[in-house]
Design a binder for this molecule. Structure first.
Ligand code: ARG
Length: 403
């Protein structure tokens, strides 16, 4: 084993990474630099600095990545209408390559030879972090303490914390908290009672959306502006990507939009159950499909829908920085050249529904589709021939079957 001189740790200040920090310092006897990204998780980041300081970290980095996160990761993914297994908006999956990118950048800057993360050995996140680091800088070593040390359970983790006087957080009820991952796109909650998919999730797991039952009785109408596939304004007000998503999270949360109780298939092999809250993302997905519905050609739209599950799976499995994801992205991005205009939605008791859409680049032709007399020449005899030719093989097939 080559001697490690300096490690950059992806540090949240939570229980796991606090213990990992201690363990790295003891095991490797070298300097550990902590890296904490502000992705809009809504945590007090100055408290994180204080914690790192208490653990004698000299180089503490806390970086606001909210705009980069939404502009360069969330929005490109949204252009594809990406959903994993038909439902999951990939809120945790899409944050990992961004964090990995900055871990690698910082490792180079401070001359570290390794990066470390606190993802456990059973989850997707370890795969995503490490595949991204591999793709960005194969010379950097990766330390995954959860796969190295002999702590095997949360119970043993708590014992280690006690022994080393590391404070153990508890939730508002004084219980050990759920496993939570939050950022501007979503809050994901896993573990404890949720591990039994037969159990109904208790009300207190939800953090940023009200129960649709308790949402306002009056619907709220909002308009989202799009330019070349990306949302740029809410109710006529131009906003930066992070500000826009923050605004929609507030609106959606108040109306109970974007809750999901899901059993998903992890890349690593097992099924897992989690609760997701993605208020702004859910509104944006619906709105984006709305603006695409009038601006995309049929075949272009259908091709996008064909590749979408594959693209979403690549992100879920950690292949953001892989050539095939970049190839699909190029295809998706090219499709968005005319995806501009405005979509109006109604938020009401957990739903976000499109109620109108307009675009200067619309392909929609009222003249063509109208039930009334039309100015555009459409020869109804063409439809007759169209059906006759499409039906040719069906008539042939039915005759052979003796129908
Ligand atoms: N299962 C989700 C995913 O793989 C979320 C993982 C992180 N969430 C958590 N609560 N630890 O993307």
């Amino acid at each position: 084993m080559t001697k490690i001189e300096k490690i950059v740790l992806s540090y949240s200040g939570g229980l796991d990474t606090s213990i990992i920090l201690k363990w790295l310092q003891e095991t490797y006897g070298c300097e550990v630099v902590t890296f904490t990204a502000d992705l809009g998780q809504g945590e007090e980041l100055e408290a994180v600095r204080a914690k790192a300081k208490m653990s004698r970290v000299k180089d503490i980095r806390i970086v606001d990545l909210r705009e980069e996160f939404v502009r360069d990761f969330v929005f490109p993914m949204l252009r594809a209408n990406a959903l994993y297994e038909g439902q999951y908006l990939l809120g945790s999956s899409i944050a990992r390559p961004l964090i990995a990118k900055h871990l690698v950048g910082l490792a180079r800057e401070v001359g570290a030879d390794a990066v470390a993360h606190g993802a456990t050995g059973k989850g997707n996140d370890q795969v995503r972090f490490e595949l991204a680091v591999n793709a960005l800088d194969p010379s950097i070593e990766i330390i995954a303490p959860w796969r190295k040390w002999n702590i095997r359970s949360r119970m043993q983790l708590l014992e280690y914390a006690e022994k080393h006087h590391i404070p153990v957080p508890s939730d508002k009820r004084g219980e050990a908290p759920f496993s939570i991952d939050a950022n501007l796109l979503h809050t994901s909650t896993e573990g404890k009672i949720l591990e039994n998919p037969a159990e109904v999730a208790p009300d207190h797991v939800y953090q940023r959306t009200v129960d649709p039952v308790d949402a306002p009785d009056t619907p709220e109408i909002i308009t989202i502006g799009f330019e070349r596939g990306d949302p740029v304004s809410v109710n006529g007000k131009a906003m930066t990507p992070a500000a826009l998503l923050t605004e929609l999270n507030g609106l959606g949360g108040r109306h109970g939009v974007g809750r999901l109780d899901l059993v998903e298939n992890r890349f690593i092999g097992m099924k897992s159950r989690g609760i997701y809250e993605t208020p702004g993302g859910t509104i944006l997905l619906t709105a984006h499909r709305g603006i695409e519905s009038i601006t995309l050609d049929r075949a272009a739209a259908h091709l996008k829908d064909e590749i979408m599950p594959r693209y979403a799976e690549l992100i879920y499995n950690g292949f953001w920085f892989a050539p095939e994801r970049e190839m699909l992205q190029a295809l998706i991005d090219q499709s968005q050249a005319f995806v501009s205009g405005e979509v109006t939605l109604r938020l009401y008791k957990g739903s976000a529904s499109v109620i109108s859409r307009t675009s200067p680049c619309s392909l929609y032709s009222a003249d063509l589709v109208t039930f009334e007399e039309s100015a555009i020449a459409f020869d109804h005899h063409d439809a007759e021939g169209f059906i006759r030719l499409n039906g040719l093989r069906l008539r042939n097939w039915a005759a052979r079957n003796g129908r």
